[in-house]
Design a protein. Structure first.
Length: 381
């Protein structure tokens, strides 16, 4: 396979960011879908997409499209693929299915049916069969069925790409790395000024910001990908791609500040920053937001994910968000400040008119990501 039809999965709201990333990598045929972007490219692009994309959850290779009017249609479509091109008898496989529509109701049943088709083909042809293994199989197959339209895809990533390998510790409800990178990208920050996360939690947002600022590939700590287990894996090409990416890493001249009022969060962030090798790029402090001042004396970008506590009374929540707005006005003139929260009513208490609102999902929580432009003096007309 020299030309691939590919699908990059992402989180809702990040499709445009991911499409822009793919354009920068040289992908063609880019189409934004729901929580995914379709594109085309060669093997080099396939490898680079897995190694360098910041807002992709996994990369899938399109193999076969079929009509799915019955269970037999699914079984026959999977069995018609020559699976010996992609794995051997001694290899392991896993099948994941995503189902919607009236024909198929249960994704687990569809995945079992597809697995049986692969296993039966090997048994009939070679009188032996590969084993199923959910954790790090040699080949992970995806079945997508929407209505009566089905697709068979190969998982080039295996483990989801939000697993960067630098996270050693977490505090409660850590943010997904893909979402954190998406927030930085959506904010427009490009490393040409300081960056602050005053409620850093596990440190995911400032770490992703530092990786962007220094152009460090997000998977620099990871060496296990699905495509490296395929029979046509090109280890020389993989080595070349990693070396080229390393040459593009650049220094960063400004300050990235990660702070939190909670000592445990500060310590957790420090461990993850060291694990990522960014201790010289990220400054970490234990300090309350109301005592924090803008670093470098230059305007920059602030992104905060205020803590969510179900025990917090409504009045306390309102006061907390009002205090955030007050600090923005007093201490952060000239900055672009962003807040992400699932509590839209609380966001209204900030007391400032957002210049942009973007709907995103933090896990299962629908959130609003809002931009507040802190003009120095009067706001320009």
């Amino acid at each position: 396979m020299n030309h691939y039809y590919l699908l990059a999965k992402t989180q809702a709201g990040l499709e445009g960011v991911l499409a822009d990333e793919l354009r920068q990598l040289g992908a063609t045929g880019i189409r934004e879908l729901k929580r995914a972007v379709a594109f085309e490219g060669d093997k080099r692009l396939l490898y680079r997409a897995n190694y360098e994309l910041r807002t992709a959850l996994r990369i899938l290779v399109h193999l076969h499209e079929f009509d799915a009017f019955s269970e037999r249609d699914l079984y026959d479509a999977v069995r018609d693929v020559d699976w010996s091109l992609y794995m051997g008898i001694k290899d392991t496989l896993a099948v994941d299915a995503v189902i919607s529509g009236e024909v198929f109701r249960h994704s687990k049943y569809a995945s079992l049916l597809a697995k049986d088709a692969v296993v039966d083909q090997f048994r009939d042809r070679f009188n032996s069969r590969p084993n199923v293994q959910q954790l790090s199989p040699n080949l992970r197959i995806h079945i997508h069925i929407q209505g009566t339209s089905g697709n068979i895809l190969l998982d080039a990533s295996d483990e989801p790409l939000f697993k960067r390998g630098y996270r050693k510790e977490t505090v409660d409800a850590p943010m997904n790395e893909v979402l954190a990178a998406g927030l930085v990208k959506l904010s427009g920050w490009n490393g040409l000024g300081p960056f602050v996360d005053p409620m850093c939690g596990s440190g995911t947002i400032p770490i992703e910001a530092a990786l962007i600022a220094r152009n460090i590939p997000v998977q620099f700590k990871r060496n296990h990908f699905g495509f490296l287990r395929w029979p046509d894996a090109d280890t020389d090409l993989w080595k070349d791609i990693k070396e080229e990416a390393e040459k593009r890493i650049a220094p960063f001249e400004h300050t990235i500040l990660a702070s939190d009022i909670d000592g445990r969060a500060r310590n957790t962030t420090a461990m993850n920053v060291v694990s990522a090798g960014l201790e010289n790029d990220i400054r970490i402090e234990k300090i309350a937001f109301e005592k924090l001042t803008a670093p470098d004396g230059l305007p920059g970008t602030l992104i905060a994910n205020p803590p969510y506590d179900e025990r917090m009374l409504v009045d306390d929540t309102a006061a907390f968000y009002r205090s955030i707005g007050d600090r923005f006005k007093k201490n952060w003139a000239g900055w672009n400040a962003w807040l992400i929260s699932s509590n839209r009513e609380a966001l209204k208490q900030v007391g400032l008119r957002p210049s942009k609102r973007i709907t995103l999902f933090n896990g299962a929580l629908e959130c609003s990501f809002q931009k507040f432009e802190m003009y120095e003096g009067r706001k320009p007309e």
